[in-house]
Design a protein around this ligand. Structure first.
Ligand code: URA
Length: 228
């Protein structure tokens, strides 16, 4: 069961406040009955009507997968398996953003367009953390340069990023944007080459010990934190 005003706000019919207004005005019916109470809880099968137009209500689903290399961050492809194939019933689900074909790790799969939009909006500067293996040399200057912003092929300057060099072959990096091949291009700009890349965190959501190719459903707290 989920609150009527929450469902409608989720579905994009306005903010919670605006939806409450609509309910007060007597514009909403649930299972044919006029509703004046925003607290009302409905279930998946309830028929909602706004000014006599039926609302298509899908329950929101939120999964995290550990993407294997060789899976495409898409919902359909003739050439590769898709990340959504890793979730059993995935009609209407899509990945929140993209990882390269050869990148592994954390990817959110959902049907909540609003959440996806918020997590991907450049304005929100959502943190994404990656573990990588590399060839070449990274040093303290590389860390400084990442903090200041890197000039990528004169195309753009990266936002402040936190580089943590673990040793001569491994590192971690936190970025706040999601440009095409961004981590690989950043490391290349610094004189290295990424040989393995895995996303381990998005905002507060961590990959943890989820095994490669596996998925799990997010719990209420995790969803709340992603929406914050
Ligand atoms: N940066 C990359 O270069 N590739 C990814 O898949 C994600 C971030």
């Amino acid at each position: 069961m989920i609150r009527l005003d929450k469902v409608l706000a989720h579905l994009g019919y306005g903010s919670r406040k605006e939806v409450k207004e609509m309910i007060k005005k007597g514009l909403i019916k649930v299972d044919g009955i006029l509703i004046k109470n925003s607290d009302l809880k409905i279930n998946e099968d309830s028929k909602i009507e706004i000014a006599d137009d039926e609302v298509k209500y899908n329950e929101f689903k939120y999964y995290v997968i550990n993407k294997p290399s060789g899976y495409l961050s898409a919902t359909e492809s003739n050439n590769y398996p898709c990340v959504t194939d890793l979730v059993p019933y995935h009609k209407g689900l899509f990945p929140v953003g993209r990882l390269d074909l050869d990148t592994e790790g954390l990817l959110i799969i959902t049907n909540d367009g609003q959440l996806a939009h918020n997590l991907l909006s450049p304005k929100k500067e959502v943190e994404k953390e990656y573990y990588f293996k590399y060839k070449g040399k990274l040093n303290d200057d590389s860390v400084e340069m990442c903090l200041k912003g890197l000039n990528i092929n004169n195309e753009y300057i990266t936002k402040e990023a936190i580089l943590n060099i673990i040793n001569d072959t491994e590192g971690k990096i936190i970025i706040k944007e999601g440009k095409y091949h961004e981590v690989k291009r950043m490391i290349k700009t610094l004189g290295g080459e990424v040989t393995y890349l895995k996303r381990i965190r998005m905002k507060e959501l961590e990959l943890g010990d989820l095994k490669i190719g596996e998925y799990r459903e997010l719990d209420v707290e995790e969803i709340k934190k992603l929406k914050k």
